[in-house]
Write a protein of this length. Structure first.
Length: 122
């Protein structure tokens, strides 16, 4: 037995079916093209290999140079015994949004983030 919808009484607005359909089609297209782009990008980086750039008819069109950053999470995952010796504890300022919201609910509400999420229908 499904649980009752806790958002059943929230404010709603009726939208145009064509606008919704077009948005969903655009989303599907973006996802498909993003997947294809990532496949092509992986193919290009494999072709470039250890080189720093790729040319087309002798003209440099892509670069693949090392950056000053490292894949630290992967490094720590692959070498936990080695990397544990280089972990440092750092103190930092952290904003306590929960306490701010309790003290100033009217201001906090103006900064509440909303997300546009597709409702899955069965």
């Amino acid at each position: 037995m499904p649980l009752p919808d806790k958002h059943a009484n929230e404010p709603t607005v009726e939208i145009q079916a064509s606008l919704f359909q077009e948005m969903m089609e655009a989303k599907t297209s973006v996802e498909a093209w993003t997947k294809r782009y990532n496949e092509l990008k992986a193919e290009m980086t494999a072709l470039i290999g250890d080189a720093y750039a790729a040319t087309l008819d002798g003209v440099k069109v892509l670069t693949y140079r090392p950056k000053a950053t490292y894949a630290e999470s992967r490094l720590r995952q692959d070498f936990p015994d080695l990397t544990q010796h280089f972990v440092e504890l750092k103190a930092q300022d952290v904003f306590n949004m929960d306490k701010f919201r309790e003290a100033h609910p009217d201001i906090a509400e103006k900064y509440r983030i909303r997300a546009l999420v597709e409702v899955k229908t069965t």
